[in-house]
Design a binder for this molecule. Structure first.
Ligand SMILES: [Zn+2]
Length: 312
């Protein structure tokens, strides 16, 4: 069944729940590029977006969208080789951000970042920053791992990269050391392939939350284990937050943003089985949507209540 984007994406299917949705994971820019993302979000009932950018870009965008935008700033790594300066500059960033309403700090600690910067998430240079984030009530949104298949395609050299299992030590150290710091691990903790691992992490660390961002990855992996995934979302309904990982890029058409929200809605809210309109180089054969059809009360928590509780 071919999917005709121009017809479908501009017409959201009926919603299963009436609740102002919060998307906790988007990448934004200054205007005008971000307008289309906000337009698409609002078209799909998404009232608020956590927008990741530099602090200055967040502050600029916040003037335009005081209600819709929840600011998520990235740290500055330029002076990481001078630890004192690195800490000083980033603590100043936290203070300036918190005073202006910053809610989230994004850390992108994927394997390639570890190798390029020589920094792991449990690096001593980040310790004072995590401690201060906890005091200020700032939430950490962390990318810790990539799809299993990327360890075959890109990270197979053991002299350069740790295994996927090993890479979680970084996250577990931070989760254990800063119990007052709320941590959202992006992309269902980076491990939608292994729900048993996620269960173990959620059981061990009460300060851990997971977001549903990375559309094709989650739709691909959770669709392979629908029953288990549905059970997981029901069991951990208090700890899961809706997010898309939509990335604003100059020149992307409105339909690009609409299509991701369309896929998410079908996947979480219905039991539809149909081809996905999003090309997926990591999928063997045609990428499919195999909807989880989550119960209405779980959707309520996922779309809204949990984000309100975690982000304040
Ligand atoms: Zn992201």
């Amino acid at each position: 069944m071919p999917v005709d984007p121009s017809v479908l994406f501009s017409t959201p299917p009926p919603r299963k729940v009436a609740v102002p949705i919060i998307d906790v994971h988007t990448h934004v820019r200054r205007l005008p590029e971000t307008r289309l993302l906000v337009e698409a979000a609002q078209h799909y009932g998404v009232a608020r977006l956590v927008g990741i950018a530099t602090l200055d870009d967040c502050l600029s965008l916040k003037e335009e969208y005081p209600d819709a935008l929840v600011m998520a700033a990235t740290l500055v790594y330029d002076n990481r080789h001078d630890p004192e300066r690195f800490v000083r500059e980033n603590l100043a960033l936290l203070e300036r951000g918190a005073a202006a309403g910053l809610k989230v700090v994004k850390l992108w600690f994927k394997p390639s970042f570890n190798v390029e910067t020589g920094m792991k998430l449990d690096d001593p240079r980040l310790a004072p920053i995590f401690a201060r984030m906890g005091e200020l009530g700032l939430v950490a949104l962390i990318h810790i791992a990539d799809p299993d298949i990327w360890w075959v395609k890109y990270y197979s050299d053991r002299t350069v990269y740790e295994t996927k299992e090993e890479t979680y030590r970084q996250a577990e150290n931070v989760l254990a050391r800063y119990p007052a710091l709320k941590i959202i691990l992006a992309h269902l903790g980076g491990d939608p392939e292994h729900l048993d691992h996620l269960e173990q992490l959620l059981s061990s660390y009460p300060n851990l939350y997971l977001d549903t961002s990375a559309t094709k990855w989650l739709v691909r992996e959770l669709g392979k284990q629908r029953e288990a995934a549905r059970d997981f979302f029901i069991r951990w309904r208090e700890r899961l937050l809706f997010g898309t990982d939509l990335v604003v890029r100059p020149g992307l058409p409105l339909d690009h943003y609409l299509s991701r929200y369309w896929v998410h809605q079908l996947f979480w809210e219905t039991d539809v089985v149909c081809p996905s309109p999003i090309p997926d180089p990591d999928c063997e054969g045609t990428p499919m949507i195999r909807g989880l059809d989550l119960p209405a009360d779980v959707l309520h928590s996922l779309y809204h209540d949990n984000a309100v509780r975690v982000l304040g």
